[in-house]
Design a binder for this molecule. Structure first.
Ligand code: 5RP
Length: 225
C-alpha cells in the first residue's frame, strides 16, 4: 500500500514547477509528495514556496528545507496536492481522517490546481462508509453531539489515547457514522449552517485532478469544471 501511495505522491509532484506557491497536504499519501518536493528543492534547486495544511506537514517541510509561507500571506496558490479518505465519481470527497480538514480547506480554497493523491481503495460510488469528520468549537460541543444524535448521524468525539483529539486550530472533531450520504451537497449545506461547526470534511466538487495509484498503474481523473 505504501508503494502505491508513493507512486501517487511522486506522480503529483510533476505538476510543480519553478516559482510556484504550493499547498502541501497532510496524511500518509501526501507525505510522499512533500518528500519529493523536498528532494527536488535539495537536489535540483527547485524554487517554490510551500503553504502547509497541518503542524505535522509544517514539521516535515521544515525538516526538508522547503521555504514556507502562512496562508495569511498569500492570495493564490498555484497547485495543492493532498490526500483524501473517499472520492466519488462526481469529484466529491471526504477528508479529515488525519484531523486537518480545516487547514486543508483553507489551503484548497485559493488553489488554482487542486489535486488529490489516493490509492484505488479510496474510490467509492457513494460517500459515507468513511466516518465524516466535523470540526466543532469546544464550547457547546456536547450539545451539538446530542443534536447530531437526534438526527441519527451516530456521532462520536474523536479520541486519541483516551483523550479528546484537539485539532491544530484548538477545536474538537465529531465523526459522523452515516453509512451512505444520499445528498452530499445538501449535507454540506446543512453543516455549513450549523452554529458551532467550524468546518466539515465534505470537499464537494473542489478537486481538479485525482491521481489514483492501483495495482495496474496510475490513472489521472480530471474534472471538467
Ligand atoms: C488529513 C486528511 C488526509 O489527507 C486523508 O485522511 C488521507 O490520508 P491518507 O493519505 O493517510 O489515507 O484529510 O486530514
Amino acid at each position: 500500500m505504501d508503494e502505491l501511495k508513493k507512486i501517487a505522491g511522486v506522480t503529483a509532484a510533476q505538476y510543480v514547477k519553478d516559482g510556484m506557491t504550493v499547498g502541501l497536504g497532510t496524511g500518509s499519501t501526501a507525505y510522499f509528495f512533500v518528500e519529493e518536493i523536498g528532494r527536488r528543492v535539495k537536489e535540483e534547486g527547485l524554487s517554490v514556496v510551500g503553504v502547509t495544511t497541518s503542524s505535522q506537514t509544517t514539521a516535515q517541510a521544515e525538516s526538508l528545507g522547503i521555504p514556507l509561507k502562512s496562508a495569511d500571506d498569500i492570495d493564490v496558490i498555484d497547485v495543492t496536492v493532498d490526500g483524501a479518505d473517499e472520492v466519488d465519481p462526481n469529484f466529491n470527497g471526504i477528508k479529515g481522517g488525519g484531523g486537518a480538514l480545516l487547514m486543508e480547506k483553507i489551503v484548497a480554497t485559493p488553489t488554482k490546481d487542486y489535486i488529490w493523491v489516493v490509492d484505488e481503495s479510496k474510490l467509492v460510488d457513494t460517500l459515507g462508509a468513511f466516518k465524516l469528520p466535523v470540526e466543532v468549537v469546544q464550547y457547546g460541543s456536547e450539545r451539538l453531539l446530542r443534536v447530531f444524535e437526534a438526527k441519527g448521524y451516530k456521532p462520536a468525539f474523536r479520541q486519541v489515547n483516551g483523550k479528546r483529539f484537539v485539532t491544530d486550530m484548538g477545536n474538537f472533531i465529531i465523526d459522523l457514522d452515516l453509512g451512505k450520504i444520499a445528498d452530499a451537497d445538501a449535507l454540506a449545506n446543512e453543516l455549513d449552517h450549523t452554529v458551532g461547526v467550524v468546518e466539515h470534511g465534505l470537499f464537494n466538487g473542489m478537486v481538479n485532478k485525482v491521481i489514483v495509484a492501483g495495482k495496474d498503474g496510475v490513472q489521472i481523473l480530471e474534472s471538467d469544471k
